[in-house]
Design a binder for this molecule. Sequence first.
Ligand code: ADP
Ligand code: MG
Length: 833
Amino acid sequence: MPPSLHAEMSVLHRAIVSLARNEQSDAPPPETSESSAEEVVSVGLARMASRTLPTELAKRFEKIQKKLKARKVGSPRRDLGREILELVDPLGHAGWADELMARSLAALPGVGPKRAEGFARRGLERISDLLFWLPTRYEDRRRVVGVGDLEVGRSATFLAEVKVVDWVATRRGGRFGKIFQAVVGDDEAVVTLKWFRGGEMLGAQVAKGRWLLVSGEVRRYRFSKELIHPEIEVVPAPDGTTEGATPGRSSDMTTSEAKSGATSKTDSGARARAGLGRVVPIYATPERMNPRTLRRLIGQSVDAYADLAIGYLPETLTAARKLPSVPDALRALHRPDSKIDVDAYEAFATPSHERLVLEELYLLELGLAMRRAQGARRPGVAIDASRPESRTAAKSLPYRLTGAQRRVVGEILVDLGKPHPMNRLVQGDVGSGKTVVAILAAVAVSACGGQTALMAPTELLAEQHFRTLTKMVEDAGKGMQLRIGLLTASLPRAEIKAVRGLLAMGEIDLVVGTHALVQGEVVFRDLVLSIVDEQHRFGVMQRAALSGARPDGRFPHRLVMTATPIPRSLAMTLYGELDLSVIDELPPGRKPIETILLRAGEGQRVMELIRETLDRKEQVYVVYPLVEESEKLDLRSAIESAEQIARAFPSHRIDLVHGRLDASDRQAAMERFAQAETSILVATTVIEVGVDVAGATLMVIEHAERFGLAQLHQLRGRVGRGGERGRCVLVARGSSEKSEARLRAMTGTRDGFKIADADLEIRGPGDFLGTRQSGHLPELRIADLLRDVQLVSVARQAARDTIEQDPALAGDPATRRAVRKRWGQRIDLTVVG
Ligand code: ADP
Ligand code: MG
């Protein structure tokens, strides 16, 4: 393998520095070292000159060379030495290559500041952005088809002569415009090419009689075929009729040979330019950007900058997996040779793809591993986890813990006994019984005099937790001693003040609340455990708030509970710094929920189902979506529906809860429903997460098509929580491809993880992760946590090994810098090590 650019640069840099130093010093240099340095420099500079380098770098070497030439034997010039040093010095600094790659696109020849700005607005800001903007498709121009063989809906490349050129007036979207169009064809057939914009610029190329190489997707237009904004390239006429020299006719063989040689040469040049016989990379092109310009700029930057990109993967890994270097991988993908397997390239399934994907995942996993290591080293509050209180409390419950619950409580207690803060995620499907697990942890903490905070995403849920817990403690009598408080923003001022006072004095063992817990001056006497329920609902800052250092510098233990079904492989990365506990067992006796899909117009059936349920003395939820932009409207339809149902069932009591009610009214309504004083609860999605009323067995979801899949799954989880069979009615009042797919998934499975997979498939990974990631992980440009599941675990293992040996990456500053750059504010490397 030839030495990498970086290796060559560092040798050259050293040699130039030594020459420049000699030039600065008065003493005549030792003859031998001088001459060998001269040689290294001249060879090195020659090699650099033969490379395609970034303009800035090439210019710098030119200047250095000039100055080196200006030296005179025997009469050193200090100023010259200093100037050379100034020029060469930056190249000795770590990160010079990164700096070059971080330049704006304006550093590329032919890109002015204005254009660079346009690109930057579309996310292509730096040269490195171009380098890693990988082709999404490859167009196979190895095969040129005849115009007669064009198939609608497929991309194709063909040669055709321009027959007619025309401007056609149109009215698109109410605006008058002109389409530039050309009818082109070969001996067999013709096809129309159209340009809605930029036709003026094409006039010179697309002229009658010219031959074009055309590439693009063929569409149907009325009874013929057309290509919109195809890529074109003018090529010489295929039969060589342009010049009269047809080989074999001429008597002068020599001239003829020369001529035909020349013709075929220009011919093949044009063919090469047109990408004929090649596989051409196709890039996702941001709107209003010319695909060919983008491809050209990417090509340029790959030629000049690819060698600057370095890899961070441990060599053992790249060797074991036989991966190409990063520069080679970039070249292979952007400048594919003509023998590639297009399918493998498009599937991101080549060693080059693997290298780049692993590079990206490795930096991601390194950050996670460092964050983990950092957390694991902080001082925490160890409690005596062997005390009997939490076992006693478990015994005093009205039910036996499931095996999974017992296991998870055990895992938590072990963590609580350690002198470093716990960081644990408890994942369990809706209804798996996460709350009681959290409570038992709080009991263990309070037995040792510590406090626990439980933060819920909505006031409704906080209020419910508070109610459930109070009752649980009351029922358990002496078995469970826990002083509980509630803190939400909509409580009366005086009450908030009182609760705060009690917290500060240590008179409350477990405080349940919303983000009000982290606002203002809430002071804990001894916060040992902070629990976040349904953490995906919180912003990053709020999530972090309760796990910050206590006044004594120690960190509370942290427990995160989520029912959001996330495929396990993803959970490991999304919550990479957390340890994972899974409650993979539902309490016994749960009967599977039946899911019924109804359409608009089947309102009668809904009423029947409600009546049946009420006749069995069971309760009903009717849920309306509450979408912000039409909040008032939705509220009105919820109110109307409540009135309608009330009229239909005059002997039953009905309540309406929504986000606009104040806390006490809402709490009272929930209480009435929980006590079965009301039979029907009409609600907006404020009841989505966690609401727990055992007597409710029917869930009617209106406008089910407007809910997300995770939301539907959560809502469905609200019924069938007691011994009775639950039913969930999805009333679809509209339909789209995606909403139908969601509804199909809901009727097809009840398994949260299968739902998550379906969700992912329907929404696509970007969107799916977007809402969950909410900024706590760096963005991935190449890797895809789903497509590359296998590689994620390879990268994670490599990262954990690395961090185990060198927790702060002290021995590898380049990688450390890269991690910091990738993670930005989200990781604090200063505390590590
Ligand atoms: P989630 O995991 O969705 O938060 P909850 O903690 O709200 O679930 O529990 C759901 C219901 O299951 C509650 O009514 C709770 O009392 C009940 N429950 C929890 N654990 C058990 C168990 N081991 N046996 C029977 N019922 C249980
Ligand atoms: Mg819950």
